[in-house]
Design a protein around this ligand. Structure first.
Ligand SMILES: Nc1ncnc2c1ncn2[C@@H]1O[C@H](COP(=O)(O)OP(=O)(O)OP(=O)(O)O)[C@@H](O)[C@H]1O
Ligand SMILES: [Mg+2]
Length: 224
């Protein structure tokens, strides 16, 4: 099992449960949609996976580890097995597209000059060939999103968490991005794709985790 939630609840405020009694199990190699209305808890569920939130109740087991038992020095290694496309991109404004994408490799010890060719290829793959030296402020929202996607996959993550990765682009671009995620999944990356776009969910026959006011209302068993 790649990831499981066992009776997980999350509260930011002691009186309001943002996620209530979530149980789920994700299998390696699959593509999952995570859907639900705005405010349903999609981003919060993702934050529990990438460990910036801890459940108030229940257990999150990731890569066969109960995450409540992780020691601080174990986080970077775990983090390197995850790719994250944040809803708000989080690109570094004073770095170029190429430098932003190279960053996870550089943090792991590589030099930009050594990874330049690989990163350029990846940028071309997401449709940004020739834009390597552009700064985020010189790119459109959809282009910044592509840089964020390239950065999330440059480390070949086991699990890719994509939070509304097609939220800022038109239908045509959204189709192209969706194609990229499906290709990645075919190459072996497990994908959890959060979106409130029901047309997208309906178009692709993939398992769906549906949140409603912080509760999981569609279990994977129902859609299998
Ligand atoms: N840091 C926070 N502190 C307090 N409340 C928060 C925080 N982050 C989110 N919330 C609340 O938690 C609930 C779920 O928010 P979340 O961002 O997880 O929803 P979402 O499904 O990702 O929505 P969207 O589709 O708009 O991105 C909302 O009611 C939100 O106001
Ligand atoms: Mg969100």
């Amino acid at each position: 099992m790649l990831l499981s939630f066992e009776h997980v609840s999350l509260r930011y405020d002691p009186h309001v449960a943002v996620l209530s009694d979530i149980n789920l199990a994700l299998v390696s190699g699959m593509f999952y949609f995570l859907t639900g209305a705005s405010g349903a808890g999609k981003s919060s569920l993702m934050r529990l996976i990438y460990q910036v939130e801890k459940p108030n109740v229940g257990r999150v087991v990731l890569f066969d580890r109960d995450t409540s038992t992780l020691l601080p020095h174990e986080f970077p290694a775990l983090r390197r097995r995850l790719g994250i496309v944040y809803q708000d991109f989080r690109l570094i404004q004073h770095l170029t597209a190429l430098e932003n994408v190279a960053l996870p490799l550089c943090v792991a010890g590589a030099h930009t000059s050594d990874v330049r060719d690989h990163v350029s290829e990846l940028l071309a793959w997401v449709g940004l060939g020739g834009r390597e030296n552009a700064f985020p402020c010189e790119l459109s929202g959809g282009e910044q999103q592509r840089v964020a996607i390239a950065r999330a996959i440059v480390n070949k993550p086991k699990l890719l968490l994509a939070d509304e990765p097609t939220g800022n682009v038109d239908e045509m671009s959204s189709k192209k991005l969706m194609h990229l995620f499906l290709e990645l999944n075919k190459m072996g990356t497990t994908v959890l794709f959060a979106t409130h776009q029901q047309d997208l969910v309906q178009k692709y026959a993939k398992p769906v985790l549906r949140l409603k006011k912080g509760r999981l209302v569609t279990s994977l068993a129902e859609v299998a």
